[in-house]
Design a protein around this ligand. Structure first.
Ligand code: FE2
Length: 500
């Protein structure tokens, strides 16, 4: 088995590697997405409008669900799949912008996914705005050789055009007629005035794209943006947390309903419940939270997996009765990388640092961002930290032993310490906090992430879950963009979840 980033620096993809062959899969022309470009930012304004003038997502979602129900979709939204007591599926989140990092995941994904029954794409299927015309290069083409069905839940980006692309591709839904704008000058009136609406889809382009996944074994139709799959001994439940990471009352009622019963459950969401050392229980309109439902002992959840944040994190949380629920972040499927080095020493819900897992390792994340800032600010000599320096300074700042098993010990210099502080390592506030450079959300607004991350290691990842009557085995594999890792994708984390 290949070394992982927890074993060696080479296992993380550092050093001289032969580059992977993923470029052969890419279209000849890739439009590089720039998050600085007003043409990218302006159509993505609906999230901001929803937070200023009220979020219309719940209403729009209800109209989609109504439309599907009228077309015969089952009211419980359960896609019944298999009675076999052994089965396997893939989870991949935030798959990317149709560029190198997205395609670099594909060879390893195809290798690891052999024999799986289906895949779930966990949130943000299409950047930047979920457009129907983008499905060719960012969905159908990269996963054309995955032989089984792919189900999906939408993320905020898929909602920027009122979910039209998503509903069309995954639910076979015709366009939704726009709602009449309010007549009186209210907040909703102002919002509808400024709202970005989808244009007409290029039908020929979509038809050609669909051809790429047209085998009978690849076909799948979902009842809507939220659904449940009864597969062997478990029920997998996918929810839609819309533009702002919340759940509407109707979906909340449905979630309580399908969560009943003894069958062990796995939640898939676009808003992870534990992330970056914090608890985000995810509010349901009218009261309660998604995490209340997940923790309820009568519901038998064993795991909750969320996209949205573009890396891997796992928190084994003890809940009442001595049960453990695995809370996982799995958004590292291809889009630009969110830092892990800003995660403080973990102490949340009695999960200690020793029990916590993440990928990329914090040291690798810091080394990656130091190179990025060195390049962008033309201060390579000042900013660039080697992976060994970054690993050492992280260990010092967090007061933890170095996570990499084999590394050459290096001395932490004042420059290393300063760069680590400027890049927010460890998330700990100190004198340099005010100078801290953006490495997470704000980073996307400052730089074009794609252009800066076009060479390996990419630090991408995806999950494979193998289910038997007695357990779920969850594995996180990395995709670095190197040839060795395409042939044998390293295992960065694995856990066996008992099903009692
Ligand atoms: Fe995302």
């Amino acid at each position: 088995m290949a070394h992982s980033s927890r074993d060696t620096a080479e296992g993380a993809g550092w050093g001289d590697h032969r580059p992977g062959e993923y470029k052969r899969l890419m279209p000849s022309r890739v439009e590089k997405l720039s998050w600085l470009d007003p043409r990218t930012l302006w159509p993505a304004r609906n999230g901001v409008l929803a937070s200023w003038f009220g979020d219309p997502t719940g209403r729009t979602r209800a109209r989609w669900v109504e439309q599907r129900a009228a077309a015969g979709a089952p009211a419980d939204a359960v896609i019944r799949r298999t009675d076999a007591d052994h089965f396997s599926f893939m989870v991949i989140g935030d798959t990317g912008e149709g560029d190198d990092p997205q395609y670099a995941v594909v060879p390893g994904f195809l290798k690891v996914s052999q024999g799986t029954d289906f895949a779930v794409l966990a949130s943000d299927v299409i950047y930047p705005v979920g457009g129907t015309d983008d499905y060719g290069g960012k969905f159908f083409r990269p996963y054309r050789d995955y032989a089984a069905p792919i189900y999906a839940i939408p993320g905020n980006h898929d909602w920027y055009e009122d979910l039209h692309g998503f509903m069309r591709v995954f639910c076979a839904a015709p366009p939704l007629a726009p709602e009449a704008a309010p007549r009186r000058p209210t907040r909703a009136w102002l919002r509808s005035l400024l709202w970005h609406r989808p244009g007409a889809a290029d039908e020929q382009r979509l038809a050609e794209a669909r051809e790429l996944r047209s085998a009978p074994s690849q076909q799948a139709v979902q009842p809507g943006p939220y659904w449940a799959i009864d597969a062997g001994p478990v029920r997998i439940i996918g929810i839609d947390t819309g533009l702002l990471g919340t759940v509407d009352a109707e979906q909340g009622r449905w979630l309580r309903e399908v969560s009943q019963g003894d069958r062990p459950k796995i939640l898939i969401t676009g808003s992870p419940l534990y992330v970056d050392g914090e608890h985000h229980p995810c509010a349901i309109e009218g009261g309660g939270t998604v995490d209340d439902i997940v923790r309820d002992p009568g519901h038998h959840y064993v795991a909750a997996i969320g996209g949205d944040i573009h890396n891997y994190q796992r928190y084994p949380v003890q809940v009442d009765g001595g049960r453990t629920i695995q809370y996982v972040v799995a958004g590292g499927g291809g889009a630009f990388m969110h830092a892990t080095h800003t995660i403080p020493r973990v102490r949340v819900a009695q999960v200690a640092e020793e029990d916590f897992r993440c990928y990329p390792l914090r040291g690798d994340s810091l080394a990656f961002y130091s190179r990025l800032y060195g390049r962008r600010l033309r201060m390579r000599r000042f900013f660039t930290l080697t992976e060994a320096e970054a690993t050492a300074v992280i260990a010092q700042r967090l007061g933890i032993p170095p996570t990499r098993a084999q590394g050459t010990p290096v001395r932490v210099t004042p420059r290393t310490r300063l760069v680590a502080a400027l890049l927010g390592a460890g998330g700990r506030p100190d004198r340099t906090s005010r100078l801290r450079l953006p490495v997470r959300k704000a980073y996307t607004q400052l730089f074009s992430p794609g252009s800066a991350t076009y060479s390996p290691p990419f630090f991408k990842c995806f999950l494979r879950l193998d289910v038997t009557p007695s357990s779920v085995h969850l594995r996180c594999h990395s995709a670095t963009g190197t040839l060795d890792h395409e042939i044998d994708p390293p295992v960065e984390d694995e856990v066996t979840i008992p099903l009692s």
